[in-house]
Ligand binder design. Structure first.
Ligand SMILES: Nc1ncnc2c1ncn2[C@@H]1O[C@H](COP(=O)(O)OP(=O)(O)OP(=O)(O)O)[C@@H](O)[C@H]1O
Ligand SMILES: [Mg+2]
Length: 217
C-alpha cells in the first residue's frame, strides 16, 4: 500500500528572525495532531551536509568567492534532500526545514551579488521540482534580529559578521522572493512575541494544508 506523502515546509529570513524557534514550535504543534514530523536545517541536515556546513559558517568572512559559496550550499542541499528530506516525505513525515533554497538566492544573490541566472541553474540541478509546499518567510528589521542573536550564547557565525548593508539587501531579497512566488511563500511579521508569531504561522499552515485544529471549534 502506498502511504500518503508528507508535506515539506521551510522557514526563511535573516539572522535572529526566529526560524529555529518557530520550526520547533511548529513541529510540536503538528505532533499534537498526531502527525509525524522531522525538524531539519540548512546548511546541514545530513551527515555530509553538516560537514559542508562547517566550511560555510566558520572561518574568515571572505574565505569564499560568492559563487563558490553558492556551489557549496547547493552541494550540501542536494545531499540533504536526497538523504534526509525525500526519504522522510516518502514515509509520510512532515518535514520542517530551518532554511532551504531561498536562503541561497537571498544571501548569495541579493546579498553577495551572484548572478541570478547562475543561481537558478544551480537550484534546478540541486533541487529540481522538490521545492517546499509552503515557505514561511519571517520578516523583522535587521537591527531587531541582531539584538536577538546578541542575547544568544552561541558563537557568531560568518554570516552574522557580514556588513549590515548586505543584511538589508537580503531582507529585501526575501520579500521579493515572496512576491514572486505567492502560491508557495507567506511573509510572517516576526517582530512580536514567539507565541503570537507561532499563532500566525499556524493559521497559514491550517489554511495551506486544509488541516483542522482540534481547538478551532
Ligand atoms: N519572537 C521572539 N521574541 C523575542 N525573542 C525571540 C523571539 N523568537 C526567538 N527569540 C530569541 O531570539 C534568538 C534568535 O532566535 P532564533 O535562534 O530562533 O532565530 P533564527 O532565525 O534561527 O536565528 P539564526 O539566523 O541566527 O539561526 C533566540 O535567543 C531566541 O530565543
Ligand atoms: Mg537559527
Amino acid at each position: 500500500m502506498n502511504k500518503s506523502r508528507g508535506h515539506f515546509i521551510s522557514f526563511e529570513g535573516g539572522e535572529g528572525a526566529g526560524k529555529s524557534t518557530q520550526s520547533d514550535l511548529l513541529c510540536r504543534r503538528l505532533e499534537s495532531l498526531g502527525l509525524k514530523t522531522l525538524t531539519t536545517r540548512e546548511p546541514g541536515g545530513s551527515p555530509g551536509a553538516e560537514d559542508i556546513r562547517q566550511l560555510l559558517v566558520s572561518g574568515a568572512v571572505d574565505r569564499w568567492e560568492p559563487l563558490s559559496e553558492a556551489l557549496l550550499h547547493n552541494a550540501a542541499r542536494h545531499d540533504h534532500l536526497k538523504r534526509t528530506i525525500l526519504p522522510a516525505l516518502e514515509n509520510g513525515t512532515w518535514v520542517v526545514s530551518d532554511r532551504f533554497a531561498d536562503s541561497t538566492l537571498a544571501y548569495q544573490g541579493y546579498g553577495q551579488g551572484v548572478d541570478r541566472a547562475k543561481l537558478e541553474q544551480l537550484r534546478a540541478l540541486a533541487v529540481g521540482d522538490a521545492m517546499p509546499d509552503l515557505t514561511l518567510i519571517l520578516d523583522i528589521p535587521v537591527a531587531d534580529g541582531f539584538e536577538r542573536t546578541e542575547r544568544r550564547p552561541d558563537v557568531t557565525s560568518r554570516y552574522e559578521q557580514m556588513e549590515s548593508a548586505m543584511h538589508e539587501r537580503l531582507r529585501q531579497g526575501f520579500l521579493a522572493i515572496a512576491a514572486a512566488e505567492p502560491g508557495r511563500c507567506r511573509i510572517v511579521d516576526a517582530a512580536g512575541a514567539a507565541e503570537s508569531v507561532h499563532e500566525a504561522i499556524w493559521q497559514s499552515v491550517l489554511e495551506r494544508f486544509a488541516l483542522e485544529s482540534p481547538n478551532s471549534g
